[in-house]
Design a binder for this molecule. Structure first.
Ligand SMILES: [Zn+2]
Length: 420
């Protein structure tokens, strides 16, 4: 298989001890085109920052990423990618062909933010920091994506595997990883992906190799509703939710595997002196283990059934129907890379070489999807520093960004192979 030759560098890592692996990183780093690419991160630091500010200023609320997608599509063209296109769900794709057209290494960054359309986005400077909603998550990831594409273009670096760049939709919240899900739903494409790196936020030490799974539900309870005095005794949907919440929060949660249940939103009723005809809540269940997510989902469903029975027993007007609708609004698969995964070896070797203290993390990211298909994938930060993520005070400091970018470049070169 051609794959063996082109991944020679990475295979060397797999079969040799750490010092040899480090040598291999060194040989990649010494390659003239890789060196030229790394130099571009320093030379183009201002261009990278300007791209980040520009991208952050284009609103990309959940399910409305089109404007940002259009801008990125244009940049993909300008930076010399081939076969630039937008897929049906709204992901922007572009390729940099390697010697091997069949095998792909995927580099992606999500476009969506958690901020609603009406959020005012103004990026401003405060000393070394740039402040604005989404500046780091995922302004930093998108800027890293463009920085890498530009560096590869300018350096003439030629890889073994073909590089696929994707700016994807739907990573945050109820986006439910729909961009990545749609990409990997294509069996023809999925089979070609050898490794995937999701660029998210800034943290240079982060290496997310474990996918935190979750199940999310919207529970709606409906009844006839009525007057608080004259109809008193009718079953009350808010009371049903209250009874269910009391039950579900009494369920024991194991510390190992770490599992949580969160009631994130609750709404219902129309007036203080009316029995509500409807009430709903949103529930987030997360666990390090899929079976625990399922157990907690069952616990939620039986808590609801018990709550309805209890409410009906309490009601003075008997036989009045109450309906409970449980709608799944999110399901992110759990999973983790095997300890011997090559992509972990590659990042560890690069980090050792660059003096970065690798911090292995479990989190819910775009990498969940390839990992759930058994494809080697990680999520990493794009470099620099940041804080107050998902808030209006979100900030980013580009100091040291070139180290984060070099880390990704070296890992990419090792995973895809570098042609002489
Ligand atoms: Zn993110």
């Amino acid at each position: 298989m051609g794959g063996e030759k082109l991944l020679a560098g990475a295979l060397l890592l797999m079969t040799s001890s750490l010092p040899a692996a480090e040598l291999s990183v060194e040989s990649v780093e010494r390659h003239p085109t890789v060196r030229r690419a790394a130099e571009s991160f320093v030379r183009e630091a201002d261009w990278i920052l300007q791209q980040q500010i520009r991208l952050t200023s284009i609103p990309a609320p959940p399910f409305r990423e089109e404007e940002r997608a259009r801008y990125l599509e244009e940049q993909f063209h300008l930076l010399g990618l081939e076969n630039v296109r937008r897929d049906a769900i709204g992901n922007v794709l572009g390729e940099r062909p390697g010697r091997d057209a069949e095998h792909l290494v995927l580099l992606s960054a999500h476009m969506d933010t958690v901020f609603a359309a009406e959020t005012e986005i103004e990026v401003r400077r405060e000393g070394d920091r740039w402040v604005g909603p989404g500046i780091a998550d995922n302004g930093a990831g998108l800027a890293a994506l463009l920085a890498l594409i530009r560096a590869l273009d300018e350096s003439g670096l030629r890889t073994g595997a073909t590089l696929l760049f994707v700016a994807n939709v739907g990573e945050e919240g109820e986006g439910d990883l729909r961009g990545m899900r749609a990409l990997f739903a294509e069996p023809a494409l999925r089979r070609r992906v050898r490794a995937a790196i999701a660029l998210d936020g800034s943290n240079v030490e982060r290496l997310t190799t474990k996918a935190l799974g979750s199940k999310r539900f919207q529970v709606t309870v409906r009844g006839p509703g009525g007057h608080s005095w004259s109809d008193f005794g009718l079953p009350n949907p808010i009371q049903v939710l209250a009874r269910a919440i009391a039950r579900i929060t009494a369920v024991a949660l194991p510390a190992q595997p770490r599992s949580v249940v969160n009631i994130g939103e609750i709404h219902g009723g129309t007036s203080v002196n009316a029995i509500p005809y409807e009430a709903w809540m949103k529930v987030d269940i997360r666990s390090e283990m899929e079976s625990e997510n399922e157990r907690l989902e069952q616990a939620l469903r039986s808590a609801l059934a018990d709550a309805v029975a209890e409410e009906n027993a309490w009601a003075r007007t008997k036989g009045v129907p109450l309906t409970v609708e449980v709608k799944t609004i999110g399901h992110r698969p759990t999973g983790k890379l095997p300890a011997a995964a090559r992509i972990i070896d590659v990042f560890r070797a690069v980090d050792t070489h660059l003096g970065i203290q690798t911090s292995i993390q479990r989190s819910s990211t775009d990498a969940n999807i390839p990992i759930s298909f058994g494809i080697e994938a990680v999520a990493v930060g794009g470099g620099g520093r940041s804080g107050a993520s998902h808030s209006l005070r979100e900030w980013y400091d580009p100091t040291g960004r070139e180290l984060g970018l070099k880390r990704i470049l070296l890992a990419l070169a090792l995973l895809a192979g570098v042609e002489e």
